[in-house]
Design a protein around this ligand. Structure first.
Ligand SMILES: [Ca+2]
Ligand SMILES: [Ca+2]
Ligand SMILES: [Ca+2]
Length: 462
């Protein structure tokens, strides 16, 4: 989000007041100490529960770095056009959308395609059985690893994607009905034959705030929570994804993307530029259409400079997390107890601590409340995309962070959740849980209406 100057000054004042209060011992009890549950992003928490809640820079950051954040912000918002052009060139020949913010709306989640819509902020990863040279998805001949459903003038898009939904009725143990809509996706109007053995993984644009803090959790901490053989016998296994890192040229821990299929913010950003917008950079210098008739044969230098690439990554890294609300509401408190009783916290880990980072004190050693273990879990057949992504199998997904989730309606104007936005409410999102989370789901199924509402109120307070 691009902040206007006057607003920024207001924000700085607010930050100054918060800092004053934290610094003043008189406020220690009533105001937040470091341990306070409301400071979801530690010192990088912002107090805005409105439509711009996901778009604030870190409140605690040296001024020169705020400038870098702003340069990245402008690029995140910028509409890229096809080359040659004086400003923001390089889009296409194949792409999914024209800017980062067109998919990550207000730094939040994307809009799910309706029936008959062209998908605007959902994309479809594709592959055929087997792996590429680095253990990643095996590209589909003629289509690569993602369907680009748009193309620039005089070239051919790869395909369209159509979605349809079928409502299925279920009931809670108290007899109340609920409905889940089961999506079916089809790749249509392909420019060339789409192989019958291709696997398709639908993914909606995920929120992008707080990711710098998630990146700052140490590998050791994440791995210490993995329990691949379920040795403690709680039915939850949790395992890490290990993915190819194009910057270090080695396999490293995956953290970002719905299947933890990206190792770092920087690579995720470079991958989005290339795959989603058709913009090359030093990390991914080849157009996504290489080897296809749509390839533009330009063989340009990278279309985006390293400094702008790093500015966008820095922008993402330094987006703050909104504070929790209504924590003292008795219903919210009851909901929190139910959350723990249902075992939601075994995957949605409430507390994490970032590692000590003397080179960037802004994110060093912070107690944060992301409600994720960043690990992969088998979520059952219902949610399966049946498409492996590095070590993640076709039933596994990364535990989605729940911080800020209660502000989705305010920021994004909808309540669609899960990797492809199929859930039309938080409750539907929970009722889709299966596999390792089946016990949790069944506990919610057994709840009374009052208890279900309390659980949702708790999620809404995050
Ligand atoms: Ca290009
Ligand atoms: Ca493609
Ligand atoms: Ca376990």
């Amino acid at each position: 989000m691009h902040l206007r100057k006057t607003y920024k000054i207001g924000l700085l004042f607010a930050v100054a007041i918060v800092l004053l209060q934290i610094g003043c011992s008189k406020f220690d009890k009533t105001f937040q100490t470091e341990n306070s549950a409301i400071l979801s992003g530690g010192q990088q928490t912002v107090f805005d529960a409105g439509s711009g809640a996901f778009g604030h820079p870190f409140p605690v950051m040296p001024e020169n770095l705020q400038d870098v954040h702003e340069v990245g912000d402008a690029q995140f918002e910028a509409t890229f056009v096809s080359a040659p052009a004086p400003l923001n060139p390089g889009r296409g020949p194949l792409f999914n959308n024209v800017s980062c913010s067109a998919c990550h709306i207000s730094d939040g989640r994307g809009k799910v395609p309706g029936i008959g819509d062209t998908s605007v902020s959902t994309l479809f990863r594709v592959s055929i059985p087997g792996t590429d040279a680095h253990g990643g998805p095996n590209p589909v001949p003629g289509f690569g690893d993602q369907i680009q459903n748009r193309s620039i003038f005089n070239t051919q898009k790869e395909a369209d994607v159509a979605v349809s939904y079928l409502d299925q009725r279920f009931s809670f143990d108290d007899g109340t009905f609920y409905y889940l809509r089961i999506p079916t996706y089809s790749i249509i109007n392909t420019y060339t034959a789409f192989p019958g053995n291709a696997m398709v993984s639908p993914r909606v644009a995920a929120p992008v705030f707080g990711l710098g803090l998630l990146e700052a959790i140490s590998d050791e901490d994440i791995l210490s929570k993995a329990d691949e053989q379920d040795t403690n016998g709680d039915g939850i296994s949790g395992r890490a994804n290990f993915v190819w890192n194009y910057v270090t040229n080695s396999t490293t821990l995956g953290r970002f993307g719905w299947k933890a299929n990206q190792p770092s913010i920087l690579q995720q950003v470079a991958g989005a530029l290339n795959g989603d917008m058709g913009i090359t950079s030093s990390i991914f210098p080849k157009e996504n259409s290489v080897g296809q008739p749509q390839f533009d044969h330009r063989n340009d230098d990278p279309e985006l400079s390293d400094s702008l690439l790093h500015a966008i990554a820095f922008y993402i890294k330094t987006l703050a997390v909104p504070a929790r609300r209504n924590v003292d509401d008795p219903v919210v408190k009851q909901g929190e107890i139910l959350f723990l009783q249902a075992g939601c916290n075994t995957c949605h880990t409430p507390d994490q601590r970032t590692k000590v980072d003397v080179s960037f004190p802004a994110i060093s050693n912070q107690l944060i409340h992301p409600y994720t273990d960043l690990l992969l879990h088998d979520m059952g057949n219902g949610l399966a995309d049946n498409r492996p992504d590095f070590l993640a199998n076709g039933r596994e997904w990364r535990t989605a962070p729940l911080w800020g989730i209660g502000l989705t309606q305010k920021v994004n104007g909808h309540n669609n959740f899960l990797h492809d936005g199929r859930a039309r409410s938080l409750l539907e999102g929970i009722m889709w849980h299966g596999g390792e989370a089946e016990n949790s789901r069944n506990k919610v199924k057994a709840m009374t209406l009052t208890e279900r509402n309390a659980l949702i109120q708790f999620l809404n307070s995050l």
